[in-house]
Each structure stands twice: as structure tokens, then as C-alpha cells.
Design a binder for this molecule. Structure first.
Ligand SMILES: Nc1ncnc2c1ncn2[C@@H]1O[C@H](COP(=O)(O)OP(=O)(O)OP(=O)(O)O)[C@@H](O)[C@H]1O
Ligand SMILES: [Mg+2]
Length: 248
């Protein structure tokens, strides 16, 4: 397991959001976290990434207990994590190329211009948007922006990439493009991907593992087949509605 979450609790005042979440994420897998809006998916993700400190419970990254770490040490470990958030906005005052160079210069401290240029052009080729270095993020379509956002997260060669609703606001065709990009990040680059999504059919298509969060706990988890066969009423209802929306 690359990540292990044990008995995680998080409340905001009297709002008990996570009440004992346990979850194991196998290395180089795609794991999707699904569930109703407001149920705590983003909070869970932030706890795993170390952006929010849980009230109780543990998060392990390989053999490292993240929940016990000091801020500084945690920052080091977090270099292995990348995230492509719904609103992880690109810097609009910079070109696409400068956006992609930023983590290389600021985090990896690479100074050699040729190396930087080459890495940027390679990643743009890889996301199938070659030669757009000089464009402004403001001139990109929504789908292009998301792909560039993923590219920026990939610049630091993360071991784990977190996606919080990567397809929100995209039309079905673009959603599929982004989900296929997640699949390629996983299969071609060997990156473990943790995806929060409301696109249930896509989650079932691309994921090795699905975790269903409900009222602060994981109420169903396993392969897509196993979760689809869950006999929990809440899971069955949620899946029936999600898949029916597709055909109605
Ligand atoms: N920083 C915060 N301070 C206070 N409450 C918060 C904070 N972050 C999240 N919450 C609360 O935690 C609960 C879970 O929120 P969260 O964003 O994790 O839901 P979600 O499952 O991601 O929903 P959605 O599918 O709509 O994105 C909500 O009640 C929210 O108001
Ligand atoms: Mg959310």
C-alpha cells in the first residue's frame, strides 16, 4: 500500500465530517472516492495530503506516519504528492510555458534554461497540446486549462496525484478526455491516482478501487464490480440514480 488511512476523524465545530474513515490505497492504482455532495470527500483528500490536520487517526505514506509529522518534515514528504484541483487556477499573468516552468524553477531549483524548455515542451507533447507555451491561460478552453493543470502537477514527477473533481464543468466529451488522461497518467507514468468525482460511470470505468463515503465513513469499497454488487441501500440508490442519468 502506498497510502493507508486509519480511523480518521475530523470535525469543524459541531459538524462531524469524518467519523472513522479507514482506507488503503495500493501503489500504482487508481482509487476513486465517491459519495453525495457535502459528505466530506474533499476534507478526506486534504487530510490525506496533509493540508488539513485530522482530529484523530493516522495517515501513512509507505512507512511514514504523516499525521505525527512536524510542518517542515511534512512539506518534504508532500513533494511526492501532486494535485490537480477543480480550481487549481493557473497563473493568468504568466504564459502556459511559464506556468509549467514555475515548479521546476521554484521547487526543483533547476536553472538550466535548455533543460527547462525541453521538459516543458515534452510535457505539452505528452498532454497532446504541443507548442502552446506562449499562449495565455485565459485564452485556453476549459478542457485545455484542465490538461495544463494536470501537466503542471506532473512537472514535479509526483508518486501520487490527487484529483478533486477534475471534470466538473466540462461537457461529456471533454470529461472523457480528462478521465482518459488520468488513466494515462496512471498507466504510462505509473503514478498512483486518487480521484474524487461525481462522474460515477467514468469512475467505474477507470478505477481499480472505489471507496464510497457516506456520513463520515467508507460504507462500501473494493473493485468497481464489488461496489456495484454492494447490498447497502444508500450505495444501491446512489449508483442507480448515477447510472440512470446516463440513459434517461
Ligand atoms: N475549512 C472548513 N471549515 C469548516 N467547515 C468545512 C471546511 N471544509 C469543509 N467543511 C465542511 O465539511 C463538510 C464536507 O465538505 P467537503 O467539501 O469535504 O464535501 P464534499 O464531499 O467534497 O462535497 P462536494 O461533492 O460538494 O464537493 C461540509 O459540511 C463543509 O461545509
Ligand atoms: Mg468536494
Amino acid at each position: 500500500m502506498i497510502l493507508r488511512v486509519e480511523n480518521l476523524y475530523k470535525a469543524f465545530g459541531s459538524n462531524k465530517v469524518l467519523t472513522g474513515v479507514s482506507l488503503e490505497i495500493p501503489e500504482k492504482s487508481i482509487c476513486s472516492v465517491v459519495g453525495q455532495s457535502g459528505t466530506g470527500k474533499s476534507v478526506l483528500l486534504k487530510c490525506i495530503m496533509g493540508m488539513i490536520r485530522p482530529d484523530a487517526g493516522s495517515v501513512w505514506f509507505k512507512d511514514t506516519l504523516l499525521t505525527a509529522m512536524e510542518r517542515e518534515a511534512l512539506r518534504e514528504v508532500r513533494k511526492h504528492f501532486g494535485y490537480a484541483f477543480q480550481n487549481a487556477a493557473l497563473f493568468d499573468s504568466m504564459t502556459v510555458g511559464e506556468n509549467l516552468e514555475f515548479p521546476l524553477r521554484e521547487v526543483l531549483q533547476i536553472k538550466n534554461r535548455d533543460i527547462i524548455k525541453k521538459k516543458v515542451s515534452q510535457i505539452l507533447d505528452w498532454i497532446e497540446l504541443p507548442g502552446i507555451e506562449k499562449m495565455s491561460p485565459g485564452d485556453l478552453s476549459g478542457g485545455m486549462r484542465k490538461r495544463v493543470g494536470v501537466a503542471r502537477a506532473l512537472m514535479l514527477q509526483p508518486e501520487v496525484l490527487f484529483f478533486d473533481e477534475p471534470t466538473t464543468g466540462l461537457d461529456p466529451v471533454l470529461s472523457e478526455t480528462i478521465m482518459n488522461l488520468v488513466l494515462r497518467v496512471n498507466k504510462e507514468l505509473g503514478v498512483t491516482c486518487i480521484v474524487i468525482t461525481h462522474d460515477i460511470p467514468a469512475a467505474f470505468r477507470i478505477s481499480d478501487k472505489i471507496a464510497f463515503l457516506h456520513q463520515g465513513r467508507i460504507v462500501a469499497e473494493g473493485s468497481p464490480k464489488e461496489v456495484a454488487a454492494s447490498n447497502q441501500e444508500i450505495v444501491r440508490d446512489f449508483l442507480r440514480i448515477s447510472f440512470n442519468e446516463l440513459t434517461s
